[in-house]
Design a protein around this ligand. Structure first.
Ligand code: UT7
Length: 352
């Protein structure tokens, strides 16, 4: 019988420190009004001093394992672009801290598409029979990469972790992942970058300029690419899954900007209510964005068993990707992070 990777557990976690727009407006030339109007963000969580991506990943992973009713998995895949250290990968330490033993554990770096790439990697291991269960985590502490005086990036990003457990199952059961579509365009790699700190800069033997050690993004160009690539990827995943886009109940897209979600909905000619959004209180949490939106969606009741769901990510690289599944019935706790944070209008009653 054909094997499939099936979502069997879900968890999310954000650090306790809330940073409001007004707090940022107190130290940067910005305003609550600008941030809300241009991004839809009201507040975000940031790690406190000494807290790291690995800490976020452990908390999210623990909740996903608990939701799956498992204490062990055969592998850990961690999507992150803000690892605890440049070397080694963060995943092995996360696996050890979760008490998972000497399982294979590695990081996947695809910035805001990282979770979809990690999900594809975990699903591939299951489909190959290389693992019966995989913990797939997306976690980023991107606040640590932002220049203290850069209003254009500082207002957007939040920190967090989200995770799912994949187990071996059948392609026809709820939770089975399908319709994978991934892509990249390295000719636009400069649109989203941390210029210094990698081998290209270090091999010069010259010290990095401080401003080059921070994250930079060409916002408008990225915005246009995000809308185009996510809309195309969603359509391709729907085609590969054999679904008409109109019959898809929920779209769980990377939460980069509320206006991007609306623009993708418009481009696809679909009701915006079907696009889950927690960006108001989470901000852009990079690799954690999609699993956190899933966890918040389940907690708020916006995402329910039986919904036809498409996940889609877009980010630095450039990279993009989508997958589809029928949402399964999962045991709580789907999220223990904080209050449910999904703000979709809820006008759409979903599937029967
Ligand atoms: O997660 C990976 C993928 N990332 C994305 O998809 C992000 C995509 N991009 C965006 O979401 C938006 O481009 C941003 C939210 C980053 C920026 O919004 P925008 O509407 O595209 O603004 P803009 O960059 O065109 O800037 C418009 C103005 C500029 O001022 P001038 O030159 O018109 O005088 C900026 O300097 O807004 C200014 N500005 C700000 N003003 C107040 C930029 N950031 C801020 C700020 N507060 N925080």
């Amino acid at each position: 019988m054909e094997r499939a990777a099936v979502v069997a557990g879900l968890g999310g976690w954000v650090p306790p420190t809330i940073v409001t727009n007004d707090q940022l407006a107190g130290v940067l030339d910005t305003s609550d009004e600008w941030i809300r109007r241009r991004t839809g963000i009201r507040e975000r969580r940031w790690v406190s001093p000494g807290q790291s991506t690995g800490d976020l990943a452990v908390e999210a992973g623990r909740r996903a394992l608990s939701s799956a009713g498992l204490e062990d998995v055969d592998a850990v895949v961690l999507a992150t672009s803000s690892p605890d250290r440049h070397c080694p990968a963060t995943a092995p330490e996360v696996a050890t801290r979760l008490g998972l033993g000497p399982v294979p554990a590695f990081d996947v770096a695809a910035v805001c598409t990282g979770f979809v790439y990690a999900l594809a990697t975990g699903a591939g291991m299951v489909a190959l029979g290389a693992a019966r269960s995989v913990l797939v985590i997306g976690a980023d502490a991107f606040s640590t990469l932002l220049a203290p005086d850069d209003r254009s990036t500082r207002v957007i990003f939040g920190d967090g972790g989200g995770a799912v457990v994949l187990r071996t199952g059948s392609p026809t059961e709820p939770g089975a992942l399908t319709g994978l579509n991934l892509g990249s365009d390295g000719s636009l790699s400069d649109l989203i970058e941390v210029p210094a700190g990698g081998s290209r800069q270090r091999s010069t033997g010259l010290p990095a300029k401080t401003e080059d050690t921070y994250f930079t993004m060409q916002g408008q160009a990225v915005y246009a690419q995000a809308v185009r690539r996510m809309a195309e990827s969603v359509k391709e995943t729907a085609r590969r899954t054999g679904w008409d886009p109109a019959e898809i109940d929920r779209f769980v897209l990377h939460q980069a900007n509320a206006r991007i979600l609306e623009a993708v909905a418009r481009r696809l000619g679909l009701p915006p209510e079907r696009f889950l959004s927690n960006i108001e209180v989470r901000g852009n949490t990079v690799a954690a964005s999609i699993p956190l939106a899933l966890a918040d969606g389940v907690a708020s009741g916006e995402l329910r068993p039986g919904h036809k769901v498409v996940l889609a990510g877009f980010g630095g690289g450039l990279t993009w990707g989508s997958m589809a599944l029928v949402w399964p019935r999962l045991a709580p706790p789907a999220t223990a992070s904080a209050e449910p944070a999904v703000a979709s209008a809820g006008a759409d009653p979903g599937p029967p």
